[in-house]
Design a protein around this ligand. Structure first.
Ligand code: FES
Length: 108
């Protein structure tokens, strides 16, 4: 499985989320300096826009009903059996890449 190029790091909000749509998949990229986490943008509760949520200490809070998700694991703080999909991510040459289940390798 290859890494898919998502967005230039400098276009990602620092200490917050950025919405990215690639290959029909809607993702949220959370950046803290040079570290990035990539998750599905849709909240597992009711589809809230997680990229628009506040990020504090590695936790994002959904802007719709305030469920909180640990970005290190994707697990919801309110219900341990609920989690948002999280993808292996990396920064290379100023671009954010993620390993998506149906992704194709992107040069870079
Ligand atoms: S849609 Fe995210 S908490 Fe309800």
């Amino acid at each position: 499985m290859g890494m898919t190029r998502l967005i230039e790091l400098k276009r990602c909000a620092d200490e917050g989320g950025t919405f990215v749509s690639v290959g029909g998949r809607e993702l949220a990229v959370f950046r803290s300096g040079d570290d990035v986490t990539v998750i599905d943008n849709s909240c597992p509760h009711a589809g809230g826009n997680l990229s628009g949520g506040d990020m504090t200490d590695g936790v994002v809070e959904c802007p719709w009903h305030n469920w909180r998700f640990d970005l290190r694991t994707g697990v919801c703080e309110h219900a341990a059996n609920v989690r948002v999909a999280r993808y292996t991510a990396a920064v290379r040459d100023g671009w954010v890449f993620a390993e998506l289940p149906d992704g194709r390798s992107s040069p870079g």
